[in-house]
Design a protein around this ligand. Structure first.
Ligand SMILES: Nc1ncnc2c1ncn2[C@@H]1O[C@H](COP(=O)(O)OP(=O)(O)OP(=O)(O)O)[C@@H](O)[C@H]1O
Length: 237
């Protein structure tokens, strides 16, 4: 879907909600075309990290950059224009609008005549079948596909996904994983934040483990998935 890219750089990021420390001194990069995962238990600070990158959580950082763009100085609504797609936790589709209108709203930075809506429909044929239905009438899995499709509509270079597996059956989690792998193979960089370690190891090549707001471990996803401690805590094996 896209070839040229830029590196997303996060250095020394901390997030505090009043006295609650959600993330502390988090640093990582997502290279063009890379797929990076962040796994961690409930409350580890994963969502706060993504929200802080998007400018949607109170943050302090040495740097947050996307290529030449200083995201610490960029208002949240301009990030889409810089090529950053965001799929928030809980999907947040517009239930009273049709599937197609939800998708077109994702293309608000460009002309509606030149959107990649056909690519979205090719990746998720069920959305094409349901283009005239209200988004609120879709199943949870279909709404998640719609949320990913909507983020594709601005032709991002990197996509940040917050727990896309939440509430989905194993079959639908597999469908989402297949779609993300296809997008990544086509050149889209992915930053996937998940409690579902199995999905994350499947989709990403590199992975970080977040515990109590800090990066506790990291490495190749294939190696982490063989680590006895990671298997015990995050895969229940
Ligand atoms: N708006 C908020 N106000 C106060 N505390 C918050 C807020 N959002 C998150 N927190 C706290 O920050 C910490 C990290 O939460 P966060 O949602 O980032 O974790 P997470 O790893 O994404 O968990 P989950 O998988 O449940 O989404 C938790 O202790 C949480 O209670």
């Amino acid at each position: 879907m896209t070839s040229a890219g830029a590196t997303l750089t996060v250095e020394g990021l901390s997030v505090h909600y009043g006295g609650v420390r959600a993330a502390h001194d988090v640093s990582f990069t997502v290279e063009p075309g890379q797929s990076l995962g962040i796994i961690g238990a409930n409350g580890a600070g994963k969502s706060s990290t993504l929200k802080a990158i998007m400018g949607l959580a109170p943050r302090q950082a040495e740097a947050i950059r996307f290529g030449a763009h200083d995201l610490l100085r960029a208002p949240a609504h301009t990030l889409v224009r810089h090529g950053i797609g965001y799929v928030p936790e809980g999907r947040h589709v517009f239930p009273g609008l049709t599937v197609e209108k939800n998708l077109l709203l994702g293309a608000y930075t460009s002309s509606w005549k030149h959107t990649p809506i056909d690519e979205v429909y090719e990746l998720f044929p069920v959305l094409a079948e349901m283009r005239g239905r209200l988004a609120g009438a879709l199943s949870g899995g279909q709404q998640q596909m719609l949320a990913v499709g909507r983020a594709m509509m601005c032709r991002p270079k990197v996509m940040l996904l917050d727990e896309p597996s939440m509430g989905l059956s194993p079959k639908l989690v597999g469908d989402i994983a297949a779609a993300l792998k296809k997008l990544n193979a086509d050149g889209l960089a992915i930053l996937l934040v998940e409690q579902n370690a199995k999905l994350t190891f499947d989709v990403t090549t590199t992975c970080l483990v977040m515990e109590n707001g800090e990066i506790a471990a990291g490495g190749a996803s294939a190696e982490l998935s063989d680590d006895p401690r990671v298997r015990r805590i995050y895969l229940g094996l």
